[in-house]
Each structure stands twice: as C-alpha cells, then as structure tokens.
Design a protein around this ligand. Structure first.
Ligand code: FPP
Length: 261
C-alpha cells in the first residue's frame, strides 16, 4: 500500500498546522532575530564555517517570505555586529560579500513580495561593493510599502546610544532642543530605529542556536520585547520554527509593567 502522504506533504501539513495555530490578529509587528549558529552548523558537517553563513543567507530568503506572508511589518536581522570585525579576515570578507550576493539574487523577489529593504549600522566602514549593493537594494525597493526587511549591518547598540547622546548634546548646545524636553520618546527619535517608525521596538526577539544573550543588539528597543531562545541553528531554521516562536509570543502575557489584563 502507498503511504497516504509523502514526507514532503507531511512536513508541509505540519507547517500548515503550526501556521493555523496562530492568531492572525496578534502577529508581532516587529520581529528581530539574532541569527546564530552558522559556524556550529557547518562544523557539525565538517564544512568550513562560511558554508554555514551561505546556508544562513538562503534561510534569510525563506524566513523573509514567511514573515511577510504572515503580515509582519518589520523583520530586523542581525547580519554583522560591530564586534564581528574580530573574526578571521577571510570570514569577515565572506560576510561582507553576502549582502552583495543576496541582493543580486533576491531583489526582484523582494519587490514581488512588496518588501522594502532598510539597513541600520555604520555603513561607512563597509567595503565599497557592500555599500553599493545596500544602496541599490534600498533604492530599488523604496516604493514597496509592505514589510520592511531591516538588516543590522556593522551595528552595535552601545555605539548607537552613544551617537544618539552626542546628537542630543549638540542639539541642546545649538538650542534646537531644551534639556527639559528630553524624555524616552525624544531619545528614541535619535536612534537608528527611528527609520522604522512607528514600529521602532521589536515585539519579539528571537535568538537561534541555544545561546541566551543579547550581544549588543537593540538594547534600548527591547525594553519590553518578548524574548524567545531556540536551540535550532540558524541554517536549520524553517518557517515552521518561526510559527512556533510566534506561538510562544502569543502565549505570553505582555503587561508592559502594568498588571494582568
Ligand atoms: C552568527 O553565527 C552569524 C553571523 C555573525 C552572521 C549572520 C549572517 C547570516 C545568517 C547571513 C546574512 C545574510 C545576509 C543576506 C546579509 P556564528 O558564525 O557566530 O555561529 P557560531 O556561534 O556557531 O560560530
């Protein structure tokens, strides 16, 4: 007798079930992801670390589509931190080439999904070819008004906060801003995440690979985010994992410092 479902169909039906378990009215507007575990994924297979990054890039495409289909408004992906320059030069070069490869291949598909590309981080330190690829992608997708795919590239949260503080100090000195006006709302306007307004702050932060730390990512913005740490290495992360993590988010009781609703 033939099996009723092939393995692929079984997988798809499981994925579908996970998706259907979600409350479409409570999809997080902004999801941020620390895409960790590329190196370990590759090492487990006796492959060079960069193969993990390459597979990680493929996963970015799949998860971008899945998030956009769910109605997520902003997907922020930590692609390169200000600390990642400490890695071996070959690996850094490879990571700097990934946005070039990614945008060359996927911009038409991003446009067909109405996805707008955004980048936060110090772009001036990126190699010229990476800067050009990023700028072209931003330009080509600027009229897309669906989900924002926001890459954190050469991003570090402490630097972001220090730079915001310097700008505020300058504005106070130039009498553009009065010290008495500075509050949370005004401070947030000086951060890079203001480009994502009104979805500056992630509702859900996911870190893959079993590590449970923040690694200088969106320190201000995650004050009230729900944190989900999953064991899955990023290159193995599937839409089904995203649905499961969103379900965990939906099962939480967000109180923002208040009392139970
Ligand atoms: C952390 O894993 C991952 C990174 C530093 C790079 C993340 C980049 C990608 C997933 C690809 C990005 C794609 C685009 C389009 C820019 P790790 O290397 O620290 O893994 P490990 O902890 O297992 O060593």
């Amino acid at each position: 007798m033939y099996p009723l479902f092939s393995n692929k169909e079984k997988k798809n039906s499981q994925e579908q079930l996970e998706k259907e378990a979600l409350d479409p009215q409570r999809i997080p507007n902004h999801i941020a992801v620390i895409m960790d575990g590329n190196g370990r994924w590759a090492q487990k297979r006796h492959l060079p670390r960069v193969v993990g990054h390459k597979q990680g890039m493929e996963v970015v495409e799949v998860i971008t589509k899945a998030a956009s289909n769910l109605g997520v408004k902003v997907l922020t992906l930590y692609a390169f931190s200000t600390e990642n320059w400490k890695r071996p030069v070959d690996e850094v070069n490879y990571l700097m080439d990934l946005p070039v490869k990614f945008f060359n291949r996927f911009v038409p598909e991003l446009i067909s999904h109405n996805v707008q590309v955004n980048v936060m981080g110090d772009e001036s330190k990126l190699p010229k070819k990476t800067q050009v690829a990023v700028h072209n992608a931003i330009e080509q997708t600027k009229s897309c008004d669906g989900m924002i795919l926001n890459f954190a590239l050469n991003y570090g949260s402490r630097t972001e906060i220090v730079e915001a503080t310097k700008k505020i100090a300058r504005d106070v000195k130039d009498e553009q801003l009065d010290e008495s006006q500075i509050n949370d709302e005004i401070f947030a306007k000086y951060l890079m995440s203001e480009q994502l307004h009104p979805y500056n702050d992630p509702d859900l932060l996911i870190r893959t690979s079993g590590e449970q730390r923040i690694s200088n990512f969106l320190l201000w913005q995650i004050a009230y985010s729900e944190l989900v740490f999953t064991e899955v290495y990023w290159p193995d992360y599937k839409p089904q994992n995203l649905y499961e993590d969103i379900l965990k988010f939906q099962q939480r009781n967000r109180r923002f410092g208040g009392i139970k609703a």
